[in-house]
Design a protein around this ligand. Structure first.
Ligand code: ADP
Ligand code: MG
Length: 396
C-alpha cells in the first residue's frame, strides 16, 4: 500500500510550491520539463528553482531525468500534493488518514474535514497499468504523450465527479460528490463494505433485486455502468446498497452497449449464485410494469444528453461540470485499449513510483496556507491547451 505523508506539505516553503507548480505547468508540453523552463516559469532569481528543487527531489515530489537533457518530471506524489493542497486551501480537508481502497487505477484515502467529518478521497491513476503498450498502439494521445497520465487521470476525476453528482441528484444511491481537483475526487464516506467481502446476507433476494433494478434504472437514464460488480457495490449492516466507481460509464447508444449491459447483469447473477447460492425466480430484471412507486420516483430522463447519444446541447448538469463529449471519447478509447491490452500479454507497463515512498501516515492537521493556484505563475506558462482549464481554479 502506498503511504501519503502529508506532513511534507507543511514543511514546503512558498517557493518550493512555486517550483512544484512550475514543473506541473511545464508538463503540459514536456514529458521531462527542461530545467531552464522550470526556472523560467517559476520566475525565481538565479538558481532559485534549483535550490528549491532539492527539497522536492528529497521528498520524491519530482523526479530528475538527465537522459536526454537536464530536466524534471512531476511524480504521482507531486501531483497528489498539489491536489491535496488545493483542497486544504479550499477549506474542504485538513488531514489525510489511512488508505481504504486500492483499485487498478486509483487509491482511496480517508480524509478529514474542518468539522471533523471523515470523507473519502479518490486519487485517479490512469496510465498506471497497461500504459506503454496502449501508447504505442494508438494515436489518441499522439499530441499529449508527454503528460498523458496527468491528463487522463484528471479527465477520469472530472467524469467521476460529474456523474456522481448527477446520479445523486437523480436519486441514485451513490456517495455525495463534494468536490474535485486535478485527479482527485472528494466524496462522502460510504458505510459498509464492498459486497465482495460479505459472506452472508439476511435477504439476498432483496439485495439482488435492488441491484438489478439499479442496472435497469441506469439504462432508463441512458447509462451503463460497465463495471458493475461485487467490488463496486457497497453494502452496510442494514443491507443498504450504494454504487461506486463511475469513470468507465457509457451511453446506451455506445456500439458495445448491449455487451456491457449484459456483462454487468451477468456479473451480478454469477456472484449471487456463487456467494449466496441465490438464483432469482425469473431470469430477467423487473419489467417496467413491475416497478414499484419507489422505482418510479425519478423521471427516467437521460442523465447526460450527449452521453445518451442525443443531438443538441448538453444536459445542464454535464455542461456545468465541464465534461465534454470529446472527453468522453478519449476516456472510452482509453478504457477499450486498456481492456484489449489486459487480454494481450499482461505487460504491466509503467509501475507506480509511489510504491517506494516512505512516510508517516496519520490523521495530521495541515497548516498550509498558500493560495490555490499561483495564477501569476500560470499566466507566464507555456502555450495553452484549449481544454486544459488549469488556470480556472474553480472548475478543475
Ligand atoms: P477503482 O476504480 O480503483 O476500482 P473504486 O472507486 O471502486 O476504485 O474504489 C476502490 C475501493 O475503495 C472500493 O472497493 C471501496 O472498498 C473503497 N471505496 C471507494 N469509494 C469509497 C467511499 N466513498 N466510501 C468508502 N469506501 C470507498
Ligand atoms: Mg472499483
Amino acid at each position: 500500500k502506498m503511504k501519503l505523508d502529508v506532513n511534507v506539505l507543511r514543511y514546503l516553503s512558498k517557493d518550493e510550491f512555486r517550483v512544484l507548480t512550475a514543473t506541473e505547468m511545464g508538463m503540459k508540453n514536456h514529458e521531462i520539463v527542461p530545467a531552464e523552463l522550470v526556472e523560467r516559469i517559476a520566475g525565481l532569481r538565479n538558481g532559485g528553482a534549483y535550490k528549491n528543487m532539492k527539497t522536492l527531489l528529497k521528498h520524491k515530489l519530482v523526479h530528475h531525468d538527465s537522459t536526454k537533457y537536464d530536466g524534471y518530471r512531476l511524480t504521482n506524489l507531486g501531483y497528489d500534493y498539489l491536489a491535496i493542497k488545493t483542497m486544504v486551501n479550499r477549506g474542504l480537508i485538513t488531514g489525510v488518514g489511512r488508505q481504504i481502497g486500492v483499485g487498478k487505477e486509483s487509491d482511496i484515502f480517508e480524509v478529514v474535514g474542518e468539522d471533523g467529518r471523515v470523507m473519502a478521497l479518490k486519487l485517479h491513476r490512469l496510465g498506471r497499468t497497461s500504459f506503454r503498450a496502449v501508447k504505442s498502439k494508438r494515436d489518441y494521445l499522439k499530441h499529449r504523450s508527454s503528460f498523458n497520465w496527468l491528463y487522463l487521470s484528471r479527465l477520469a476525476a472530472l467524469k467521476e465527479y460529474a456523474f456522481m453528482k448527477a446520479l445523486g441528484e437523480h436519486g441514485f444511491p451513490v456517495p455525495e460528490a463534494i468536490d474535485w481537483n486535478r485527479h482527485c475526487v472528494l466524496m462522502s464516506l460510504v458505510s459498509g463494505y464492498p459486497l465482495v467481502q460479505v459472506k452472508e446476507l439476511n435477504n439476498p433476494q432483496l439485495a439482488f433485486e435492488t441491484i438489478m433494478n439499479l442496472i435497469v434504472r441506469l439504462a432508463e437514464h441512458g447509462l451503463i455502468h460497465c463495471d458493475f460488480n461485487e467490488f463496486n457495490i457497497m453494502i452496510d449492516d442494514s443491507e443498504n446498497i450504494t454504487m461506486i466507481d463511475f469513470p468507465q460509464m457509457v451511453s446506451v447508444s455506445h456500439k458495445n452497449a448491449q455487451m456491457y449491459f449484459d456483462r454487468d447483469v451477468e456479473c451480478i447473477f454469477k456472484f449471487f449464485g456463487k456467494r449466496f447460492n441465490y438464483a432469482p425466480p425469473t431470469a430477467a430484471p423487473k419489467k417496467e410494469s413491475e416497478l414499484t412507486d419507489e422505482d418510479a420516483e425519478d423521471d427516467g430522463r437521460p442523465i447526460f444528453e450527449d452521453v445518451a447519444g442525443h443531438e443538441g446541447a448538453l444536459d445542464q448538469e454535464l455542461a456545468a461540470s465541464g465534461f465534454t463529449k470529446q472527453n468522453q471519447q478519449v476516456l472510452e478509447q482509453y478504457v477499450e485499449n486498456a481492456e484489449e491490452n489486459d487480454n494481450d500479454d499482461g505487460e504491466d507497463g509503467v509501475s507506480s513510483e509511489n510504491d517506494d515512498v516512505e512516510g508517516v501516515n496519520g490523521l495530521e492537521r495541515l497548516t498550509v496556507s498558500d493560495e490555490d493556484e499561483p495564477s501569476t505563475v500560470v499566466s507566464t506558462a507555456v502555450e495553452g491547451e484549449g481544454e486544459d482549464r488549469r488556470s480556472d481554479g474553480q472548475s478543475q
